[in-house]
Design a protein around this ligand. Structure first.
Ligand code: SAM
Length: 266
């Protein structure tokens, strides 16, 4: 896969391309990332990239000419994505679809956004990384690129870790522990250390469903729960009901999990 990123701030991407998993993927030629400085395509004397919006309104817009010059260069198989708060919310399903593209072009807005004609002429898809406003499309482009690159075969050591992750299964991932087994009296659940793989798998499934119920019950509506899962869910709902009947729901210090439960199910 190749990812082209169009930005006024190519320097921001040093962190993305120079560290960790993406750095290794680039070194192994599993992905190519090319940065395009929009300013290089601003041909007026002052290399200005912005202009006033017609009709007034606060702030400036990215001028269309530099973006036309840049975007005209890409071949037909390039899938052009504009990062914008008005786009389709980025979810794992969308990441999975984007990861099948041969070539992604990520267009980072700035100021109050870009001239709509650029979107109409060149953009195939608009994507938002969440319901909040950032100063530019650079962080959203990095989020998208990171999420996509780790799905490219060979980028992560084991494809199993991908299959078990939150959202891929339709549920949030269960809690995990590593050594030591006892840290200042905080102990790893005994069952996980006994080597009974069936019991461990059942525990993980139950904790996954419990966490999803507590934190993101909306996900349960679309996840594919089997008969056993539904039994677990019913049992958890009963437990939740009992807890609420008998406990003060004020979240306590160092009790984040319980606090979250109380908040989410109020
Ligand atoms: N005026 C715009 C609005 O109200 O939708 C916000 C402009 S924002 C200050 C500047 C740029 O940051 C946008 O053009 C977009 O590229 C990027 N951006 C900001 N928040 C974003 C988000 N949640 N998802 C994707 N891109 C975002």
């Amino acid at each position: 896969m190749r990812i082209d990123i169009l930005t006024l701030f190519p320097g921001m991407f040093v962190g993305l391309t120079g560290q960790s998993i993406i750095k290794r993927a680039l070194e192994a030629a599993l992905v190519e990332i090319e940065l395009w400085d929009i300013r290089d395509y601003c041909l007026d004397k002052h290399h200005s990239a912005d202009d006033y919006p017609f009709g007034g309104g606060a702030g400036m817009l990215l001028k269309p000419e530099p973006l036309y010059r840049l975007l005209e260069q890409f071949p037909d198989n390039a899938h052009v994505v504009h990062l914008t708060p008005a786009g389709e919310p980025l979810k794992q399903k969308l990441v999975t679809r984007l990861a099948t593209a041969e070539r992604l072009v990520l267009l980072c807005g700035h100021y109050e956004g870009i001239d709509q004609r650029v979107v109409a002429r060149f953009v195939h898809q608009e994507v938002s990384i969440g319901d909040y406003i950032l100063s530019g499309g650079e962080l959203p482009a990095m989020v998208l690129a990171d999420a996509v690159v780790r799905l490219i075969p060979g980028v992560l050591g084991s494809s199993l870790s991908l299959q078990q992750e939150s959202f891929t299964t339709g549920l949030l991932e269960y809690p995990q522990y590593t050594r030591p087994t006892d840290l200042r009296g905080d102990r790893v659940p005994e069952l996980l250390r006994q080597g009974d793989h069936g019991a461990i798998a059942r525990w993980q499934r139950k904790e996954s469903i419990r966490r999803t119920l507590q934190r993101r019950p909306d996900l349960l509506l679309t996840s594919s729960l089997n008969k056993e899962d539904r039994k677990i869910l019913l049992q958890l709902l009963r437990e939740e009901g009992n807890n609420h009947a008998s406990h003060d729901p004020t979240p306590g210090k160092g009790n984040a999990e319980k606090g979250f439960t109380s908040f989410q199910t109020r």
